[in-house]
Write a new protein. Structure first.
Length: 245
């Protein structure tokens, strides 16, 4: 069946963790592409609850956004626990969340985005998908060098050379603050999408799902919760269109 003329011919694969950023990226992709699939990675992360959250978010998208549901294709989960044991990150081992001797946060998993995108590209090659979409962001930079656009441009070139393909890595949140990411979610899917991301997505590094804060579930103290909460507060304080009153 031919795609509507408003959609480009490309098909997209979203790196979908079930967190705030990847949920917004999923909505962004569904607004732009006629065929969208998702992929998640089990690398032994402590906050493995995100693997359940991603399915809940997908189910709610299918149930609550019929236009998007028609374009949302299969989900894929890739097991990468062997890779997770290599880095010795605070996300995969029992370490404090702190800045290490290299000036990087201990939550940094060396090369994680490079490996994720390489696995995603291999999957996309087999699925006939040529756009890879990730929630990497420089603006709310957490000290992760593999989130920089320069890194992703270099990887895009390497993937295209190594696979003889024409992949494009898109990062719609790259230059947005977390406040602007909340605003984008409102523009894409209205209050229903904001509520879905707030209540069902998972970002907390400690895997805390107990308390529901104004900005979502989480411990409220880890770096991921801190960024998310500050972004919500800034969006609220700025009084941008669609921000909560």
């Amino acid at each position: 069946m031919p795609l509507p003329s408003s959609f480009p011919p490309e098909a997209a694969l979203v790196l979908f963790s079930g967190g705030q950023d990847s949920s917004v990226c999923l909505a962004w992709a569904l607004e732009r592409y006629g065929r969208v699939e998702t992929v998640g990675f089990d690398y032994g992360q402590h906050h493995g609850v995100e693997m359940q959250a991603r399915q809940v978010v997908r189910e709610n998208v299918l149930a609550g956004f019929p236009d998007w549901a028609a374009r949302l294709g299969p989900d894929h989960e890739l097991e990468m626990r062997g890779f997770g044991t290599i880095g010795g990150s605070a996300l995969t081992t029992n370490r404090e969340m702190e800045i290490n001797e290299r000036g990087l946060p201990s939550t940094f998993v060396p090369g994680r985005n490079l490996v994720f995108l390489t696995y995603a590209a291999a999957l996309a090659d087999r699925r006939g998908l040529n756009v890879l979409i990730g929630g990497m962001c420089e603006t709310d930079f957490s000290g992760y060098p593999d989130c920089r656009r320069d890194t992703l441009d270099a990887l895009q070139s390497a993937l295209n050379l190594g696979m003889d393909r024409d992949f494009r890595i898109e990062t719609p949140l790259m230059y947005l603050t977390k406040a602007q990411t909340w605003a984008l979610s409102k523009r894409l899917g209205g209050q229903d999408l904001v509520d879905l991301i707030m209540s069902e997505s998972h970002t907390c590094y400690l895997g805390e799902r107990g308390q529901l804060h104004a900005w979502g579930h989480g411990c409220g103290t880890c770096p991921a919760c801190d960024l998310r909460a500050k972004g919500w507060a800034e969006w609220h304080a700025a009084g941008e269109p669609g921000a909560p009153s």
